[in-house]
Design a binder for this molecule. Structure first.
Ligand SMILES: [Zn+2]
Length: 212
């Protein structure tokens, strides 16, 4: 009753084009078809990278709504894309961190919520999120920087802080993010984890731009 009343007052709309939908899905058929749901594979610094959707206008608007507006339907859609890459039943997901100031102003950790929801969707009780990466202070905002500037900006900016008593040996460890564009953030996370002798099994992102 409550659901039908809510849908009368707020009929479901496509997250991207705002077309009214007859069923409560995240995207209309046309928008849904424009972001693939097929796993693609590449490598980042020798680490296998899988992603399910290409980066385009539609996936970009979904990411913005999840990241900046805390839109639950947008987050679930991205989590579904990440869950496609969760093929290991025993695994640790390490989210790519946002800047602390961004986490503070948003009031939540976007990539962490995304990884947790992906695990919920994929099921299994042998997967967990360990939020052990942090961006050090003084990093500049990445927008508007060239690839070279991004690499320099990110160089040695991420550090690892494992929870007390946490042992990652013999576990399959994946770095998780909503989007890989240049791959600079993933490379920096890989560097920081390798510096702590943590071997990374793969990078899983919901979307990626090619090439990176
Ligand atoms: Zn649409």
């Amino acid at each position: 009753m409550l659901t039908s009343l809510t849908s009368l007052l707020f009929p479901p709309q496509c997250l991207h084009c705002r077309e009214s939908l007859s069923v409560p899905t995240a995207l209309c058929l046309r928008c849904a078809l424009s972001i693939s749901r097929r796993l693609n594979f590449s490598h980042i610094d020798g680490v296998p990278h899988s992603f399910a959707a290409t980066y385009n206008e539609i996936s970009s608007s979904i990411i913005l709504q999840a990241k900046e507006e805390n839109n639950s339907a947008a987050r679930t859609l991205l989590a579904e894309l990440i869950a496609l890459g969760l093929t290991d039943s025993r695994s640790i997901l390490i989210p790519i961190p946002s800047r602390r100031a961004a986490n503070r102003s948003r009031g939540y950790r976007h990539a962490t919520l995304l990884a947790q929801r992906a695990i919920t969707l994929a099921g299994g009780n042998k997967r967990q999120v360990i939020d052990c990466l942090q961006i050090n202070a003084r990093i500049r905002d990445q927008s508007g920087l060239s690839l070279q500037q991004r690499m320099e900006n990110l160089d040695r900016q991420v550090s690892v802080k494992l929870p007390r008593g946490c042992q990652l040996d013999s576990l399959r460890i994946f770095i998780v993010d909503d989007l890989v564009t240049s791959g600079a953030s993933a490379r920096e996370a890989i560097r920081a984890l390798r510096a702590e002798n943590i071997a990374i099994t793969g990078v899983i992102s919901a979307c990626a731009a090619r090439p990176h």
